[in-house]
Write a protein that binds this ligand. Structure first.
Ligand SMILES: Cc1ncc(COP(=O)(O)O)c(C=O)c1O
Length: 416
């Protein structure tokens, strides 16, 4: 099978542009005529630093990341960031409370401080989640509030986003966590939630956004978020590197790391050093060995995007929208054959999830649909194992011609 015969629509890892892979293949063997490949050079070399800094600068430029935000590159994957956000937000929350107590009451001594903080932890520390709830495992249910459970508004399934008026946010949560695009069922927030918009006051929500499956595909209102994270393996590069965009005033020196002793006394979890945003920022993402090849690959994807789209992410967003419209249009044209899973208003542009209902036997219809797809070079369409169905992932490396090929097959299958 040749690469050019395949349109890969898998949900992640995703396809990468072939010309970028050609550059990467060469760099893996001999980078810049050094006789050594990019994955073999020291992560502390000048060459590695240049790769890292230029990737960060290109990411900032492509997404228009404001200068009061820091970019961190880490390992851990998206799942590691589920935990990292909790450790770091708890640290930020404790440090803010500690500074407040010291400001109001002066130096009250270590024991009294711990007592005051413990009272606050017990009565006030809440992390709000819109759907996911990793925090229960790390902190216990008493500190976690599911402000809106997408599954409850749609008969136990995702597929809808409950109206903001029904969200039950805590009075002053340590964070509000949202997944901007839910990859399994193809549900995407059409816009930043109004209720979470910052007003420039002390009471603004600290919003954390998981952008693993939409990064580089749409403009992010960065200022609405305090922390944004994403795995690289869908639109940016390969698995192994994860990006974090964080407001600088949440990092040292404004908010130094809470001492492990204090956290222990408060019964709160201590971040593994490699998941500590403060440590990562202080070391320009080089506290430990960063996978420089992964950063290089992501950097090359960014360079290609910047060269392709003079209007940066807006240009890519228009293409992503056009491809998604084409595919959804073909599905909607045959309502007796295809049923799109999520509600129209929250349909993901990246993960297009649908069922094939032709003939009444969904399992049989989907088997036949997938078989025909593979015969035509359309691969990776099987839905997530937890929900079944079909999922066409429309990531950036899927060319417009690939989306057209899928649309043509949807028509052909429906009309056969
Ligand atoms: C939105 C989203 N967040 C997090 C993850 C988990 O990422 P990882 O597999 O890198 O842990 C995924 C995985 O596909 C995802 O789609």
């Amino acid at each position: 099978m040749r690469r050019e015969d395949i349109t890969y629509l898998g949900a992640g890892p995703a396809a990468l542009p072939t010309d970028v892979l050609a550059i990467a293949a060469e760099a893996l063997q001999n980078y810049q005529d050094t006789g050594l490949g990019v994955a073999e050079h020291s992560h502390r070399s000048e060459l590695a630093n240049n790769i890292l800094n230029s990737m960060k600068a290109d990411l900032a430029s492509f997404l228009d990341i404001p200068s009061d935000y820091e970019i961190l590159l880490m390992q851990s994957g998206g799942s590691g960031q589920f935990d990292a956000t909790i450790y770091n937000v708890v640290n930020i929350w404790v440090e803010k409370q500690r500074q407040k107590i010291v400001k109001e009451q002066g130096d009250i001594g270590e024991d009294a401080l711990v007592q005051e903080l413990k009272k606050k932890v017990d009565s006030e520390l809440r992390l709000d989640y819109l759907a996911s709830q990793e925090a229960v495992r790390l902190l216990g249910p008493e500190h976690v509030n599911i402000a809106s459970d997408a599954r409850k508004v749609n008969d136990g399934k995702f597929g809808k986003i409950a109206d903001e008026s029904t969200w039950q946010l805590s009075p002053k949560p340590a964070m509000v966590y949202m997944c901007e695009n839910e990859t399994v069922d193809g549900v995407e927030y059409p816009a930043f939630p109004k209720v979470l918009e910052p007003k420039g006051t002390e009471d603004d929500y600290l919003v954390v956004g998981d952008f693993s499956s939409t990064i580089l595909s749409r403009r992010i209102p960065v200022k609405d978020y305090s922390i944004i994270f994403f795995g690289a393996q869908k639109n940016l590069g390969c698995a192994g590197v994860t990006g974090v965009i964080i407001r600088k005033n949440l990092l040292p020196p404004t908010l130094p790391s809470t001492s492990p002793t204090l956290l222990r006394k408060l019964g709160l979890p201590i971040a593994p050093t490699v998941l500590d945003y403060g440590v990562t920022a202080k070391n320009n993402s080089l506290y430990n060995t960063l996978p420089i090849f992964d950063v290089f690959l992501a950097g090359q994807v960014l360079k290609k995007l910047i060269a392709t789209f003079p209007d940066k992410v807006d240009g890519q967003q228009a293409v992503a929208q056009k491809k998604a419209d084409l595919i959804y249009g073909s599905l909607d044209a045959y309502p007796n054959v295809y049923k799109v899973v999520p509600e129209t208003s929250v349909r993901s542009r990246m993960n297009i999830c649908f069922r094939v209902t032709k003939g009444g036997d969904v399992d049989e219809a989907e088997k036949a649909f997938l078989k025909g797809a593979v015969e035509r070079g359309l691969t990776g369409l099987k839905g997530h194992r937890s929900v079944g169905g079909i999922r066409a992932s429309n990531y950036n490396a899927v060319a417009e011609a690939g989306a057209e090929k899928l649309a043509a097959y949807l028509k052909e299958y429906a009309e056969a």
